[in-house]
Write a protein that binds this ligand. Structure first.
Ligand SMILES: NCc1cccc(NC(=O)c2cccc3[nH]c(C(N)=O)cc23)c1
Length: 232
């Protein structure tokens, strides 16, 4: 998160850190006791290894009362996701066991009504992604509030030039923005997860490249079917 602020500890108890060998790679969030939603692009450089999922954390390194690392039983990238574009950039992770829910670990509801969030709506995004252009990484969860911009503005030829589909949404990226390592985290508007951070053009903090999110509502049926079909 560029030019955000430290989140109030454990006030976003749905936040997950997807880790490999103890390193934060991507964000994610708890959508059910045994399920985390993130971005399919996060698996690009994992060489087939399964993530571990850190829940209940504010600091990535300090001991905290309800912080716990969960193993992943299975990972389900959306079948339409691919490395060449941002389409269907969603990843479902089934935890080895149900997460223990408590004051620091909580499920976040996601939007099921497929209707665009109005432009200028202020939404919040959080993550342990890079906090400056030198790629510095935070120890503590960061957050930033960003206004939604219309798909038409986001698709202007000087911005994302028509690549933003109806299954995506955008927020203004002037100065304050998402960045490397924030992918997979939720865009929360009025307490509901409306989108999942995607790297898009990978650019951070440049108003000409608004942040792009995969809208969740169009994928509610896919999410429900994967959760229903997986064992346990
Ligand atoms: N503001 C939109 C936004 C949201 C989330 C992430 C990103 N930016 C990256 O993720 C990124 C940035 C720079 C070099 C990078 N290299 C790689 C990579 N996978 O090799 C990713 C990146 C941008």
């Amino acid at each position: 998160i560029l030019r955000g602020s430290e989140a109030r500890p454990h006030l976003k108890p749905y936040m997950a850190s997807l880790q490999l060998d103890g390193q934060h790679v991507c964000g994610g969030f708890l959508i059910a006791e045994q399920w985390v939603l993130s971005a399919a692009h996060c698996t690009e450089e994992t060489d087939g290894k399964l993530f571990q999922v850190l829940l209940g954390a504010h600091s990535l390194t300090e001991p905290e009362p309800h912080k716990r690392l969960y193993r992943v039983r299975a990972q389900f990238p959306h079948p339409g996701s691919n490395i060449h574009n941002n389409k269907d950039d969603l990843l479902l992770l089934q935890l080895e066991e149900k997460a223990e829910l408590n004051s620091d670990v909580r499920v976040l509801p996601f939007q099921r009504e497929d209707r665009d969030v109005a432009a200028d709506t202020e939404c919040e995004v959080a993550g342990w992604g890079t906090i400056d252009h030198s790629g510095r990484r935070p120890d503590k969860l960061q957050q930033v509030q960003r206004p939604v911009i219309s798909r038409d503005v986001c698709n202007h030829r000087t911005r994302h030039d028509g690549t933003v589909t109806r299954n995506m949404m955008c927020t203004d990226s002037r100065r304050k923005d998402t960045c490397k390592g924030d992918s997979g985290g939720p865009l929360v508007c009025d307490g509901v997860a409306e989108g999942v951070v995607t790297a898009g053009s990978r650019v951070c903090g440049n108003y000409k490249k608004p942040a792009i999110y995969t809208r969740i509502a169009p994928y509610a049926a896919w999410i429900d079917s994967v959760m229903a079909s997986a064992d346990g």
